[in-house]
Design a protein around this ligand. Structure first.
Ligand SMILES: Cc1cc2nc3c(=O)[nH]c(=O)nc-3n(C[C@H](O)[C@H](O)[C@H](O)COP(=O)(O)OP(=O)(O)OC[C@H]3O[C@@H](n4cnc5c(N)ncnc54)[C@H](O)[C@@H]3O)c2cc1C
Length: 383
C-alpha cells in the first residue's frame, strides 16, 4: 500500500482523503491541529441554534461537485437568497452586484448617470479603486466598494489593492434577474448538523490525528516529524499556508482573519424572507451578518445571527496584493512531485470556495490515477 499524509482537516483535507480512499491502495493519515474536523464548515450550537463560522452555503457552477456533496449530505436549494448590501448614506439595502433597478431609485441617480457617462473604463486601471471608479464612477464606488474593501483587507487606501480580477466576479453593474449568482446552484445541507456527516464519511478508514501539528518538514523528501517521530510518505497533500512547509524561507505569507460573534434575537425572524445574509459597506466594523435559521430551518421563537469582523486572527483570506501572490507563487513552485498544495490557504487564492476545494481533490485523484501531469486542470492546482 502507498502512504499519503494529508495536512489540515478542513473541507479540502477531508475531500482529498476521501478521493484517495476511493482510489484504493492508499494508507491515508490526516493531521488536524484542532480537536475536530471541518474547520469553519463544522456546525456547532449556541442557544440550541445550529451555526457555522460564516454562511458557508454551497454555491457552485459545477454539477459534478454538487452531485458528490448532495449524495453524502443531501442539499436543500437556497436559490431564493438575495445578495444585498446596506448603504448607510441612502439608508437603503441594495442588491450586490450593483443593480440598474437600484440605481434608478437612488436619490443621486442623476449624478451617478453623469459619472457613468464620463467613466474612463478599466483598461488602464492599476488598482481596485481605479478599476471601480473607471467602471461605475465615484459615487457608486463610495457607496459599495470603498469602505467595504478597506475594512475587509485592513488597508487605509484601496489603491494598495493592486489586483482586482477577483472582484466583482466579472460584473460591475447588473440588469435583469436580481439573484446575484443566478446561474449557480445555491444550496445548504438539510441535516440539522449541516456538513458534519461529510467529514465523518470522507474520513472513513483514514488514520485521523486530531489536536496534532507537524513539528518539522522536509518537503523535498516528503518527510515530516509528528509527535517526535520522523515519517516519510509517498504522497503529501497540504491544505495549510505553503510558507509553513518551507520554514518561511522567503518570508511569511500574510492573511486576513475573522473575529466571529454570535447574537440571539428575541424574535422568530430577523431578516426579510429571502435574505439569508447581509453585507455592510460603511463604517461599521463588521462585513457580514448571517441569520442561520434561513439555511438550517431550525425551529425556535428566537433567531441566531452571526457577525464577522475582519481581524488578524486566523488564516482565512489570502491577500489579493501582487507582492503577496508572487511570494505565494515562489513557495508553490518549490512543491516537488507528489506534493500537492490545495484548499484556500494551500492555493493562496481568495475566492477559492467549498466547491473549488472539492473540485481540486477530484482533479488530484484523476491525476494520481492517470499518472500524468498533462491532465487538463480546470483550476490552478499545485503539486
Ligand atoms: C468566514 C468565511 C465564510 C465563508 N463562506 C463561504 C460560503 O458561504 N460558501 C463557500 O463556498 N465558501 C465560503 N467560504 C470559503 C470556504 O469555506 C473555504 O474556501 C474552505 O472552507 C476552505 O477549506 P480548506 O480546507 O482549504 O481550509 P480550512 O477550512 O481553513 O481548513 C484548514 C484546516 O487546517 C488546519 N490546520 C492549519 N494549520 C495546520 C497545521 N499546521 N497542522 C495541522 N492542521 C492545520 C486548520 O485547523 C483547519 O482545520 C468562507 C470562508 C470564510 C473564512
Amino acid at each position: 500500500m502507498k502512504t499519503a499524509l494529508v495536512i489540515g482537516g478542513g473541507v479540502a483535507g477531508c475531500a482529498a482523503s476521501h478521493q484517495l480512499m476511493q482510489l484504493g491502495g492508499w494508507n491515508v493519515t490526516l493531521v488536524e491541529a484542532a480537536p475536530f474536523l471541518g474547520a469553519g464548515l463544522r456546525t456547532f450550537h449556541y442557544g440550541g441554534h445550529p451555526y457555522t463560522f460564516g454562511p458557508r452555503h454551497f454555491l457552485t457552477q459545477n454539477r459534478r461537485v454538487y452531485d458528490y456533496m448532495n449524495a453524502i449530505c443531501p442539499l436543500r436549494s437556497c436559490a431564493e437568497h438575495q445578495f444585498v448590501t446596506y448603504v448607510e448614506r441612502d439608508n437603503a439595502f441594495y442588491n450586490y452586484p450593483i443593480h440598474e433597478d437600484d440605481i434608478a431609485r437612488m436619490p443621486d441617480r442623476d449624478k451617478i448617470a453623469a459619472e457613468r457617462q464620463a467613466a474612463t473604463g478599466v483598461a488602464a486601471a492599476k488598482n481596485l479603486e481605479e478599476y471601480w471608479i473607471g467602471s461605475v464612477g465615484r459615487t457608486l464606488y463610495e457607496k459599495f466598494i470603498d469602505k467595504y474593501n478597506k475594512k475587509m483587507w485592513l488597508v487605509d487606501d484601496n489603491s494598495e489593492i493592486d489586483t482586482f480580477n477577483w472582484s466583482p466576479k466579472g460584473v460591475t453593474i447588473k440588469s435583469g434577474p436580481r439573484a446575484a449568482w443566478d446561474t449557480a446552484i445555491s444550496a445548504y445541507p438539510y441535516a440539522a448538523d449541516g456538513y458534519n456527516r461529510y467529514f465523518d464519511i470522507a474520513t472513513v478508514g483514514v488514520n485521523v490525528l486530531l489536536s496534532t501539528r507537524i513539528e518539522r518538514y522536509d518537503i523535498p523528501n516528503r518527510t515530516v516529524w509528528i509527535k517526535g517521530e520522523k515519517k516519510s510518505y509517498d504522497l503529501i497533500v497540504s491544505t495549510v499556508s505553503p510558507d509553513e512547509l518551507f520554514e518561511r524561507c522567503y518570508g511569511e505569507l500574510r492573511f486576513i482573519g475573522r473575529d466571529f460573534h454570535k447574537i440571539v434575537f428575541p424574535t422568530e425572524h430577523v431578516f426579510p424572507e429571502h435574505v439569508y445574509f447581509l453585507y455592510y459597506a460603511n463604517d461599521e466594523p463588521f462585513t457580514r451578518l448571517v441569520e442561520y435559521k434561513k439555511f438550517t430551518h431550525h425551529k425556535s421563537p428566537t433567531s441566531l445571527v452571526g457577525m464577522e469582523i475582519p481581524s488578524l486572527n486566523g488564516k482565512h483570506y489570502p491577500l489579493p496584493f501582487k507582492a503577496d501572490q508572487e511570494l505565494a507563487r515562489k513557495y508553490l513552485e518549490l512543491m516537488p512531485d507528489n506534493v500537492y498544495s490545495v484548499g484556500r490557504a494551500g492555493s493562496y487564492r481568495y475566492g477559492l470556495d467549498v466547491d473549488d476545494c472539492l473540485e481540486q481533490a477530484m482533479v488530484m485523484a484523476t491525476q494520481i490515477k492517470e499518472g500524468g501531469r498533462d491532465y487538463p486542470v480546470p483550476l490552478e492546482i499545485w503539486r
